[in-house]
Design a protein around this ligand. Structure first.
Ligand code: ATP
Length: 252
């Protein structure tokens, strides 16, 4: 389906342990591509590598989306980066400009963590099913209500109005941006959005330490991502590829 014709089936619930866990269960029971679960209160949200995602009720947007791709599992690298790009674009078109990304799955606002992305993939050589979880903090002290236009979603981000209707507005915008990124990704993989992603990468050009299992394995300067979404780090003239799921980035 083209982005303009994408269809979503949205289920809104008060509370659950994890929207992604629930959607994975629904996937096993026959849920179709475009299924969305959005939840007011997630009690056991999951981050990457078994980490927790805690979301304050009424101060966050928490949802998961199921999407089928006509691409084999091996060609899906970098999807979580593309999802991050869609989030930045959606925030921007809701009037909340200035969000950036930290490889591989963090959304930042002025260096504070505005949100996280969890992509869980299953499939074979031909097709892939993605369950994509997104958690956004909609009240951060760093969000300055004076510096941003007074559109409704921004007012919600700044904690100035009841956030509920605005969360729904943001969700709708996000789904449209996600569908556009999925279209590009289906055609060409991460390479289709790499330049746009790099333009949003807060740590581009920055000196970093790369940690594996908590131990620094490399120091160097972030110099982009390759067409598979692997981070490229220049350690004294030698470019190393870092794979998501394997390492963490910290400032040097
Ligand atoms: P890495 O730096 O290794 O890439 P991470 O710490 O960013 O990983 P994620 O899986 O992206 O890990 O996110 C989970 C982490 O985010 C948790 O361990 C916790 O430290 C933090 N976290 C949990 N809930 C929130 C929240 N609502 N807002 C900001 N940060 C959160």
């Amino acid at each position: 389906l083209g982005a303009a014709r994408a269809r979503f089936a949205i289920t809104a619930i008060d509370a659950c342990a994890s929207t992604s866990t629930l959607l994975l269960e629904r996937s096993a029971q026959g849920a179709s591509s475009g299924s969305v679960i959005v939840c007011d209160h997630q009690t056991a949200g999951r981050g990457s590598r078994g980490r927790q995602w805690s979301a304050a009720p009424d101060a966050s947007l928490t949802f998961s989306l199921l999407w089928d791709f006509d691409r084999g599992l091996a060609d899906m690298a970098g999807l979580s980066l593309g999802v991050g790009l869609a989030v930045v674009r959606a925030l921007d078109s809701c009037g909340a400009a200035g969000a950036t990304l930290k490889w591989p799955n963090d959304i930042l606002y002025r260096d504070a963590k505005l949100g996280g992305i969890l992509v869980e993939l299953s499939g074979d050589d031909e097709t892939t099913r993605a369950v994509i979880g997104i958690g956004l903090n909609l009240k951060l002290p760093e969000l300055d209500p004076v510096a941003t236009p007074m559109m409704m979603p921004v007012a919600a981000l700044a904690g100035m109005v009841t956030p509920l209707p605005d969360r729904h507005y943001l969700l709708g915008t996000l789904l449209v941006e996600l569908a556009a990124v999925f279209d590009a990704f289906s055609a060409e993989g991460f390479a289709a959005v790499r330049d746009a992603w790099q333009a949003c990468h807060a740590w581009q050009g920055r000196k970093v330490r790369v940690l594996r299992d908590g131990v620094t394995v490399l120091e160097g300067r972030c110099c982009g991502a390759d067409s598979d979404g692997a981070l490229l780090v220049d350690g004294d003239g030698r470019i190393e590829r870092c794979l998501s799921g394997d390492v963490s980035l910290r400032p040097a």
